[in-house]
Design a binder for this molecule. Structure first.
Ligand SMILES: C=CC1=C(C)c2cc3[nH]c(cc4nc(cc5[nH]c(cc1n2)c(C)c5CCC(=O)O)C(CCC(=O)O)=C4C)c(C)c3C=C
Ligand SMILES: [Fe+2]
Ligand SMILES: [Fe+2]
Length: 359
């Protein structure tokens, strides 16, 4: 059978709106073996690595997958928790909190779940579950505030690829980005203000975003512009003067040039420029993960302090903060516009029985 159908469809089943939040994905364990499998799936995605396939297959399999898994596993070990990878645990908590909020507002009509672009829970499995539970309309919310072909675009590919094998497609709304959504900017600004209330201000506030190869920007990816827009809106909301903050890009991978200025080089140079204290916020990460906890929280702290810095603070991601869940709920509400909720379950069930139509 080429196209899969619903296994347990019944005409009396009420129609639901499915909300799927997604994030990047993470290894199942902080081990070399688990890292190899995770990195293989992630780095084989042509949206992530735009290099001719044959050449990349050779580099990935003969070089990267022989070296990087062991190194990355060591880094993951330092952030691993009792609940597993922070990214997975936080995404799960976000889905539970959003589900609770949707239940309060819409009862059983809206069902929320979460999936990972790479690894588990896989998008295909979670879509199966949402459709089996009666979702006929679907909102996909990739938790990347700034659109990037490598992340948001790739998530769309995964949904589209899944749909090529389904008989009954849902009505679909896909949230491309929310880098300038006022509740998002306000939530981040409030988090920074709360940090200031407890710790005071620093010489510089750094907005550090995950980088991408510079080539992707010159080929037309809007990611860079959206990062700068988020920073500008945050600066406006916080009434920051131009010399009080800066935008940088972290997490370089490979040898080619990535978006600049680089976070690590900037931090290494700060003390010589008279910047003695710094607070780092990562507005592109909706959940704390390896790249924020270890790379920003530990590795870059070392660089700055070693270069002569006096005070370094990382301001946590929005994670499952109430303001973040409220923002997600706002995006869901906006994207439900024009979709009626199924309020006539009883009537529909009676009609189906009368027609002998239920299966
Ligand atoms: C927030 C947006 C992200 C963009 C844009 C992005 C682009 C991108 N990333 C890589 C390579 C790696 N990224 C890795 C981890 C990682 N990346 C993001 C987010 C974005 N990546 C997150 C949230 C995470 C953390 C996942 C976790 O489990 O905590 C890794 C794996 C870690 C490591 O081995 O260092 C790699 C590799 C590329 C090449 C790229 C754009 C082209
Ligand atoms: Fe990444
Ligand atoms: Fe990293």
């Amino acid at each position: 059978m080429k196209y899969t159908g619903r296994q347990h469809f019944s005409h009396s089943q009420s129609k639901k709106i499915g909300v799927l939040i997604t994030n990047l994905g993470t290894p199942e364990q902080p081990t070399t073996r688990a890292l190899r499998s995770y990195l293989k799936e992630f780095l084989s995605d042509p949206r992530v690595i735009e290099v001719p396939r044959l050449l990349w297959w050779l580099i990935l399999n003969l070089v990267i997958l022989r070296i990087r898994p062991r190194r990355s596993a060591k880094a993951y070990e330092t952030v691993w928790t009792d609940e597993g990878s922070p990214l997975l645990a936080i995404t799960k908590a976000q889905a539970e909190a959003l589900s609770h909020k949707c239940k309060e507002a819409y009862g059983e009509d809206v069902i929320v779940d979460y999936a990972m672009r790479y690894g588990k829970p896989a998008i295909r499995d979670v879509l199966d579950s949402l459709f089996e539970r009666g979702a006929e309309k679907l909102i996909v919310l990739p938790l990347y505030p700034q659109y990037c072909a490598s992340t948001t675009g790739s998530t769309f590919d995964a949904i589209a690829s899944d749909f090529t094998q389904r008989r009954w497609l849902p009505e679909l709304r896909f949230v491309n980005h929310y880098h300038d959504h006022p509740p998002f900017i306000r939530a981040l600004a409030d988090k920074i203000r709360a940090h200031w209330d407890t710790h005071g201000r620093a010489d510089k506030l750094l907005f550090s975003y995950h980088g991408i190869p510079r080539r992707y920007l010159t080929n037309g990816d809007p990611y860079h512009c959206e990062c700068y827009k988020t920073s500008r809106l945050l600066a406006e909301e916080l009434a920051l003067k131009p010399d009080e903050y800066m935008t940088t890009f972290q997490s370089r991978f490979g040898r080619e040039e990535w978006l600049k200025p680089y976070t690590d080089e900037t931090l290494k140079a700060f003390p010589d420029q008279g910047v003695q204290s710094v607070q780092v916020c990562c507005p592109g990460f909706s959940a704390d993960c390896l790249e924020t906890i270890e790379e920003i929280g530990e590795e870059n702290r070392e660089y700055f302090m070693h270069a002569g810095g006096k005070r370094y603070e990382y301001i946590a991601a929005l994670n499952s903060d109430a303001s973040h869940i409220d923002m997600m709920f706002d995006l869901v509400r906006q994207n439900m516009h024009g979709w009626t909720l199924d309020k006539n379950d009883e009537q529909r069930a009676a009609l189906a029985r009368a027609l002998g139509a239920s299966q």
